[in-house]
Ligand binder design. Sequence first.
Ligand code: PGA
Length: 256
Amino acid sequence: MAKRRQIIAGNWKMYKTIPEALRFIEELGPKASDLPLSVYLAVPYTAISEAARAAEGKKILIGAQNMNDASEGAFTGEIAARMLTDAGARFVLLGHSERRHIFGETDAMIHLKLLRALESGIEPILCVGETKPEREASKQFAVVEEQLKTALAEVKDLKKIVIAYEPVWAIGTGVTASPADAQEMHRHIRSILEGMGGGDISILYGGSVKPENAAALMSQSDVDGLLVGGASLSIEMFVEIVASATMSDLKTEGKS
Ligand code: PGA
């Protein structure tokens, strides 16, 4: 079985100007150079072009946080996949919980975006995850299965996709899923993907990842990486997360 890719991704949300982004990439560059894992940064649209240029020759991939599903058109304020690739974005977050819950994105919309991203040659990171009431009602596995199956319907080449499991109750709250809970859901996601022929897809965990919990989460056998929000805004914290994730991965046996 091919080794799954290990990815530590930062999601900057609506933070950082262009100079702030460039300073961060300058500092991160040397620290990311010899790692056995990939470092991704989902930056604001305005910073993509310059950030991508600054990341050239460094082991950092720049991406976006959202896109429209249309190839182009009269959609004021929206952005197309080909504009993102044109600016230098290599990946895009799709279906982040803030897009779903604040901006009303549905599984059907996310499905269309995913198809467009694949067609446009930009790597989608599909975000899934249950809300607190859904977990309290023990519906988390069914909810995530539905999100995955709707978004991934008709997708032929699952290898080009990354999944991020982000329980909504853990995002920006300081409450992380326990490593065991994360592993349980990642295993569930893996078995659904296996049924679709995509058992080798990387599955990241996101939701209040911090330097203190990164290693324990990464050491779980089905956790292939982390999607970091708040803590990715601080270069010190992000570097610490990347370092502890790397060490925990080297220690973990059987992750292949
Ligand atoms: P958080 O955000 O790390 O601040 O909880 C994660 C995310 O929204 O991707």
